[in-house]
Design a protein around this ligand. Structure first.
Ligand SMILES: Nc1nc2c(c(=O)[nH]1)N[C@@H](CNc1ccc(C(=O)N[C@@H](CCC(=O)N[C@@H](CCC(=O)N[C@@H](CCC(=O)O)C(=O)O)C(=O)O)C(=O)O)cc1)CN2
Ligand code: MET
Ligand SMILES: [Zn+2]
Length: 781
């Protein structure tokens, strides 16, 4: 029963919020620093919201029918939902995000398999849960009835859906063990019902409820069979019954609603929601008619919201045209697969020229957020009026893709040959006991050796020097000497503090991935391609477009310089292959495992060069190991296999007496414990302070018998931990496993911290290590 397509001009699931020039970052940081008021911050946010929806209208999305999402957030959209639902009082918004003197911030964790981080709401049996704040209603009204004389825009408010909200929340600390936030579904649904009624009363024709949890076994895997389908049926059964509500679009970005652990499309399609958005980039369309879809609009996520490569319009138009008949959907609308939150604003913000590390050919191969909106409107026109209506645009996309496929650098035969010649021995080091003995003889470290994760505070002076160098205001020599001075300062500080394994502090790195991408062939970097990582923090993910080679050593000069200043060992510091892939926009024309092997080989050469220069300890960071874990269980094994292989390829060139460290953070390690073991690193540092060393016995049970550095304090907050508290945590670690395996370090790098708190915290860390050492010595261990 065909119905009318509600979004005939196409739609997108969300748009970047940080601002084209990071206006939101600057406004937030100015507010936190006390330089501005709440009213100033709100004025910037409001201006950003209006400018964004009007900009989207300018790009061709319909300003009158709810095609333009209202997807703004001042800090995080999960926190926003928590405020809307009364879980966090509106007045505590910034405390929940950042903490204050007494209250810690909410926990920050990965949003599905992306480099975006959300704040984790805590919900117990008695946590307030009722419609409490009408920001989505106000934002709708402000755009629909602007008081500035500008273009009115009828937006589609976007809110995290009830099932996903509760599944992402964690049980409050004082909740009974059997409690799960999903137990509060009825209360949550009542709160959403209040929101929907208010939106309807303000005239919103549509609301978008995001339910990515429905594609992720990593989030739902613990639920009993049928629980999720039941939750979907209850939630959307109740919400569709709200009188006067807007039409409901439920989205399921980042993957497939159907997997071996269950079909979550069927229960959703059985409800009376008006539209369902499927991610047809990561997931696939149902091959046959889906009961219930006949009266609904299938919002087809055909344009990749999570990567930057130009869409194959010919292929996607053919697919769009066939979707209605194939799935039995009542109407088909064209959309992005996910929010555009994960991609930069506009490819035209960049100058594409080789001297800036941006091969001009790339401009035609990519689509950033604004280009993606145009791809959506083009496909929508083609779907409505036939391929002839968009023949020129389709032909241009096809030509660009063909150009990309045959361009020099995309396939480099020598790289292919090196990967093809790899043998299992290339991933294998000497047995651990042999390595441990050789390293102990070489390094002569005390029991419970102290170290840091690599970066020291990135001060304003460091950033300013780099900005000046990038602008050409200072020359290479001046920049180098500024960084060397910084390294010397950091080495002296660490010697004064009495740390055992030193680092150079990473001042020369703008970012732990971008820095490497700037030096490797096969990558391009951007100057303005900022993407929000969390709150006000942004990254510029590099574009990994071609076969990867290392034209020259990457880090050896800095590490050697630091080592020349001290007799203590200085740890070389590299970013691992999986993390380089996870935090880049990776070519989509070959399997990730092949790309990972190329990056791994470039790093392998760096490890052996560091070693040849006398470096005795090399850390290869893999903080994103857990991030790339596929959301569906059936794909996880294959991923972990190639991820482990890539890490081992990168590190197995190290001699027996060279100590390989790795570092993991932002992780729920449970799912990857076995893979951590298979990395075969000599020492692994992990985030552990917030979970009170939970990981230590977990690793022990898994039979992990190598060095382990459970982070003893959380670096995400400026709070200085006391020596007593660190002693207690360290004692916990050193008594639950063999103390000979335990290292002492913070949770993660210190680059976002200031020097005052860093120095004090590290002083306490060294004191704690010394205290526990002498206790252990006294007890004869
Ligand atoms: N890629 C990546 N993903 C990650 C992490 C990470 O380190 N890297 N860590 C985890 C948490 N995520 C994080 C993401 C970003 C930052 C962060 O600190 N970002 C910085 C930007 C870092 C950077 O690229 N710095 C550049 C550019 C800095 C800059 O903004 N410069 C000014 C000019 C500065 C001046 O004149 O003083 C400008 O361009 O306007 C540099 O140092 O060169 C920020 O938002 O402020 C921290 C953690 C997980 N994901
Ligand atoms: C996000 S993991 C960070 C590891 C890096 N070596 C640092 O210390 O900053
Ligand atoms: Zn880390």
């Amino acid at each position: 029963m065909p119905i009318v397509n509600p979004f005939p001009g196409g739609t997108i699931l969300g748009y970047p919020r940080i601002g084209r020039r990071r206006e939101l970052k600057r406004a937030l940081e100015a507010r936190w620093a006390g330089r501005t008021t709440d009213a100033d911050l709100e004025a910037t946010c409001r201006a950003l919201r209006l400018a964004t929806v009007r900009h989207l209208a300018g790009l061709g999305l319909d300003p009158a029918d709810g095609s333009i999402p209202s997807s703004f957030s001042p800090y995080d959209h999960v926190l926003d939902a928590a405020v809307t639902l009364g879980v966090v009082p509106a007045a505590d918004y910034h405390v929940a995000a950042r903490g204050d003197g007494t209250r810690p911030p909410l926990e920050l964790t990965k949003w599905f398999d992306t480099n975006y981080h959300y704040l984790v709401p805590q919900i117990g049996p008695h946590t307030p849960l009722a419609f409490a704040d009408d920001a989505p209603v106000r934002w709708f009204a402000e755009a629909a009835h602007p008081d500035d004389g500008g273009l009115p825009v009828v937006t589609r408010p976007v809110v995290v859906g009830p099932v996903t909200f509760l599944l992402l929340a964690k049980a409050a600390a004082d909740a009974p063990a059997a409690f799960h936030p999903l137990d509060r579904l009825d209360d949550a649904v009542a709160a959403y019902a209040g929101l929907l009624a208010a939106l309807g009363a303000t005239g919103a024709p549509w609301v978008q409820l995001d339910e990515p949890a429905l594609v992720a076994d990593t989030v739902t895997g613990h639920l009993p069979a049928g629980a999720l389908a039941d939750a979907v049926a209850r939630a959307y059964g109740a919400l569709t019954a709200v009188p006067g509500r807007p039409a409901i679009l439920v989205t399921a970005p980042y993957g497939d609603l159907r997997g071996t652990t269950g079909d979550h499309l069927a229960p959703l399609a059985a409800t009376d929601v008006e539209a369902i958005a499927l991610d047809l980039v990561r997931g696939t369309a149902p091959a046959g008619p889906v009961p219930g879809l006949a009266g609904k609009t299938l919002v087809a996520g055909l344009v990749d919201g999570h990567n930057v490569w130009r869409t194959d319009l010919a292929r996607r138009l053919t697919q769009a045209t066939a979707l209605g008949a194939a799935t039995g959907a009542g109407a088909v609308a064209v959309a992005t697969s996910t929010s555009l939150l994960h991609v930069p604003h506009d490819a035209d913000d960049e100058t594409w020229d080789a001297t800036h590390g941006r091969d001009p050919r790339l401009r035609d191969w990519v689509a950033f957020a604004d280009q993606k909106v145009t791809e959506v409107t083009t496909l929508a026109r083609g779907l409505a009026h036939g391929p002839d209506a968009v023949a020129d645009q389709v032909a241009a996309a096809t030509a660009a893709l063909a150009d990309r496929a045959r361009a020099a650098g995309v396939v480099v035969p020598a790289v292919r040959a090196r990967v093809a010649a790899l043998r299992p021995a290339d991933q294998t080091r000497a047995p651990y006991p042999e390595r441990a003995a050789a390293q102990a003889r070489r390094l002569r470290l005390p029991l419970l050796p102290t170290t840091t994760i690599g970066s020291f505070p990135q001060t304003r002076e460091i950033r300013a020097a780099r900005a000046a160098w990038t602008r050409g205001d200072i020359d290479d020599a001046a920049y180098q000497s500024a960084m060397r001075e910084e390294i010397a300062r950091v080495v002296t500080l660490q010697e004064d503090l009495g740390l055992d394994v030193l680092v150079h502090g990473e001042p020369e790195r703008n970012d732990m991935v971008q820095y490497f991408a700037e030096q490797l062939d096969g990558f391009a970097v951007t100057a303005h391609g900022w993407v929000q990582s969390y709150g006000s923090r942004c990254v510029r993910p590099p574009l990994l477009w071609g076969d990867v080679t290392r034209p020259a050593p990457l880090t050896v000069a800095w590490t050697s310089y630091a080592q020349s200043l001290t007799s203590k060992p200085v740890k070389g510091m590299l970013t691992g292959p999986v993390t380089i892939l996870a935090w880049s926009f990776v070519r989509d024309d070959q399997p990730l495992t092949d790309t990972a092997a190329q990056v791994a080989l470039a790093l392998r050469d760096e490890v052996t060069d560091l070693q040849a220069a006398g470096t005795a300890v090399v850390q290869v960071d893999e903080p994103a190991l857990r991030e790339l874990l596929p959301l569906r269980r059936e794909h996880q094994h294959a991923y972990l296999d190639w991820a482990v292989r890539a890490f081992r390829l990168a590190t197995a060139g190290a001699d027996t007496a060279t100590q390989i460290h790795t570092h993991l953070c932002y992780s729920e390690f449970g799912d990857v414990i076995d893979a951590i073991d298979r990395l075969d690193a000599d020492v692994t540092s992990v985030e552990a302070a917030r979970s009170r060393m939970e990981i230590v016995p977990q690793l022990d049970r898994a039979g992990y018998g190598r060095g382990i550095g459970p982070g003893v304090y959380d670096i995400h907050s400026p709070r200085v931990p006391s020596a007593g508290e660190l002693t207690e945590l360290l004692t916990l670690a050193a008594t639950s496993i063999d103390p000979a395996l335990v290292w002492v370090n913070p949770d993660c790098g210190l680059k976002t911290r200031g020097y005052a708190e860093t120095t004090q915290s590290l002083r306490h860390l060294v004191a704690a290590a010394r205290a526990v050492r002498s206790t252990l010595a006294g007890s004869g261990r």
